[in-house]
Structure formats: structure tokens, C-alpha cells
Ligand binder design. Structure first.
Ligand SMILES: [Zn+2]
Length: 140
């Protein structure tokens, strides 16, 4: 028996780090003060995706936008298995930014948060947005 998976076909692309084609990083970009993205000029749809060619809702023109770093938890979980270099346990949440899209963030504390819990993005860790709790109203 060889090493698990060696010699088997894979759909994974290796990426430019190992000589393959570059693979787009889909994670939102935080510049220290805002989450960068786009907003549709026609329908107002916000997106934290980098460089979409048109609005995914109405195909309208997009304008660059800076979104607030604060928002409310839509859902969260604690991951109990290692993922890449991440050691468990660590928390993940979908955060509805106050004036923008829903983004995936890593939590400063590994705990499940009630929907509506107020969070603020404080930085990034290896490209992932990191957010922690802030004082504020919890939606019921
Ligand atoms: Zn639109």
C-alpha cells in the first residue's frame, strides 16, 4: 500500500505556490478600516467578492464599496476538527455586515454565538477575517 491518495486523479488545482495555475482567493479583503467589495449601482446589491464582472442579481454596473466592520451574527459554529493549519477548537460565524453583505469570519473565542450577537472585525489571520464580540443589542 502506498501513501493515501498518491497516484489517484484529483480535481484539486495545485496553485501557483507549487507551479500550477493561480487560484483566485475568494475570501473578503479587510484593509484595516473596512471590508472591501462592490455595490450594484442599479439595485444596490452588496458583495464582498473581489472583481465580479457584473451584478449577480440584475447584471448592472458595479461600483467599489467600503463596508462597515460591524454586524450581527447570522449563524455560528465551533469546528472540532483540524482544517489545514487550524487547530481545533475554533469558531466560525456568518456575519451580516451593517451596511453590506454576509461574510464568513473566524471568531476570536471558540464559542457558538446566538443569532444577532454584535461582532466587529478586528483583523485577519492568514487571510481569514477575524471578529470579536462588541457591546450592543442582541436581536431576539
Ligand atoms: Zn444589481
Amino acid at each position: 500500500m502506498g501513501e493515501l491518495g498518491v497516484g489517484r486523479p484529483t480535481k484539486r488545482r495545485a496553485g501557483s505556490a507549487v507551479g500550477g495555475l493561480p487560484v483566485a482567493d475568494p475570501r473578503p479583503v479587510f484593509d484595516g478600516a473596512a471590508v472591501l467589495g462592490t455595490r450594484c449601482a442599479a439595485c444596490g446589491y452588496p458583495s464582498a467578492q473581489q472583481g465580479p464582472p457584473w451584478c449577480p442579481v440584475c447584471y448592472g454596473e458595479l461600483a467599489a464599496e467600503r463596508f462597515a466592520v460591524t454586524g450581527a451574527v447570522w449563524s455560528s459554529t465551533v469546528v472540532a476538527i483540524p482544517v489545514g493549519t487550524r487547530k481545533p477548537p475554533f469558531g466560525l460565524a456568518y456575519l451580516d455586515l451593517d451596511d453590506g453583505p454576509r461574510v464568513l469570519v473566524r471568531l476570536a473565542e471558540a464559542e457558538v454565538l446566538a443569532p444577532g450577537t454584535r461582532l466587529a472585525i478586528t483583523g485577519t489571520d492568514d487571510g481569514d477575517l477575524v471578529a470579536g464580540k462588541v457591546a450592543g443589542k442582541v436581536a431576539s
